[in-house]
Ligand binder design. Structure first.
Ligand code: SF4
Length: 370
């Protein structure tokens, strides 16, 4: 089974925290979309698995495309892959793009899951982040999608934002519960170089939140969402039963995927590659950068992807794929974290307790092979 990812790299406005591969040069949109169809035709055989189970339109802001354009990509993919078992087709959308006409057109496509970039239900926080929408538009977008029969809606929330504390976060979480969305992704703000937030940070106009604040907000999310029946199944992801993101889960399980569009990554089990050109160049021809994964890379990848999930890593899988010595090394490196409670070993499964996911990066890195 395989996944397809289409990267729509356009945004009308650049958010203050964003360092994704995206552009506000909307005049290039038509050319890029057409080049993405070319790329799909030319590069589909990069992955050997023809059995596509999930399709994901990410960005950028995919909802800048008309719904019919998603269907064109799906129809195109149908020529090169078997789509008969596709269970999940997701688009990322900005709430203010989701008007009645858009939803009606979306219902005429095969898209069955919408990921809304809500980030917060607080207007002041949304303005601070330079988001295009306000809270009312976010609520209206969810309701419009639900009224049209879209039953699988996920929203993104950001926490750890200077100046907006636990009360604001609680307000956003309660609104998400009231709206009865099926899935929430909650990301801690990280201030990346070349973002507006980074410039504000350098000028002393904002701060990064301290560790205790991060921990308190994380605990709040955990208690509100899990208390309401969500499962915390991956570091940043919470789902109602049966609504885990299948597309992202396949990334974490090492499934092959083909990424189409500027900046999109592909993985065929042995090699990872991506095309990160300027949009003007991408339209003309595509050049890829890539890396062949060594055994060590594959092992480190398995550690990273498995330990981000609540199931953790199976020691017998490690032994089967990398040998008994490797398993021994892993168990020995894990010992100090098991002592501190940052890792648990239950039978064959080594995993990070959900209450410690916030510091998972340090644990995971310490288990890598150098
Ligand atoms: S909409 Fe998403 S991709 Fe576009 S600038 Fe904002 S965060 Fe970045």
């Amino acid at each position: 089974m395989a996944g397809l990812y289409f990267h729509i790299p356009f945004c009308k406005r650049i958010c203050a925290y964003c360092d994704f591969f995206r552009s506000a040069s909307l005049h290039l949109k038509e050319g890029v979309v057409s080049a993405m169809h070319d790329e799909l035709r030319e590069e589909h055989s990069f992955i050997s698995d023809r059995d596509v189970r999930t399709i994901y339109f990410g960005g950028g802001t995919p909802s800048l495309l008309a719904p019919v354009e998603f269907q064109r990509f799906i129809d195109d993919a149908d020529r090169y892959f078997s789509l008969s078992d596709v269970g999940e087709i997701t688009i990322e959308a900005n709430p203010d793009d989701i008007d009645a006409k858009y939803v009606a057109e979306l219902r005429r496509t095969a898209v069955n899951r919408v990921s809304l970039g809500v980030q917060s239900f607080n207007d002041a926080e949304l303005r601070f982040m330079n988001r295009r929408h306000n809270a009312e538009e976010a609520v209206a977008a969810v309701k419009r999608l639900q009224d049209a029969g879209i039953e699988n809606i996920t929203i993104d929330l950001i926490f750890g934002v200077d100046g907006f504390g636990e009360d604001v976060l609680r307000q956003s979480l309660m609104q998400a519960l009231e709206l009865q969305v099926q899935h929430v992704s909650a990301y801690h703000l990280t201030i990346e170089p070349s973002t507006t937030f980074h410039r504000r940070l350098c000028r002393g106009e904002m701060r990064e939140v301290d560790e205790s604040r991060s921990e308190a907000e994380y605990a709040l999310i955990e208690s509100v969402l899990c208390g309401a029946g969500f499962e915390h199944y991956e570091v940043s992801n919470y789902a109602r039963e049966g609504y885990r993101s299948r597309h992202n889960s396949s990334y974490w399980q090492g499934v092959q995927y083909l990424g189409i569009g500027p900046g999109a990554h592909s993985f065929n089990g042995e090699q990872r590659r991506w095309c990160s050109q300027r949009l003007e160049d991408y339209v003309l021809s595509r050049e890829f950068q890539g890396e062949q994964l060594s055994l060590k890379d594959k092992y480190n990848e398995l550690i990273m992807t498995s330990l981000r999930r609540v199931e953790g890593i199976s020691l017998s899988d490690v032994e089967r794929s990398f040998g008994a010595e490797c398993r021994k090394r892993l168990v020995s490196r894990a010992a100090r974290w098991i002592d501190t409670g940052d890792l648990s070993l239950d039978g064959d499964s080594l995993h990070i307790p959900t209450s410690r996911f916030l510091i998972s990066d340090a644990v995971i890195e310490s288990l890598f092979d150098e």
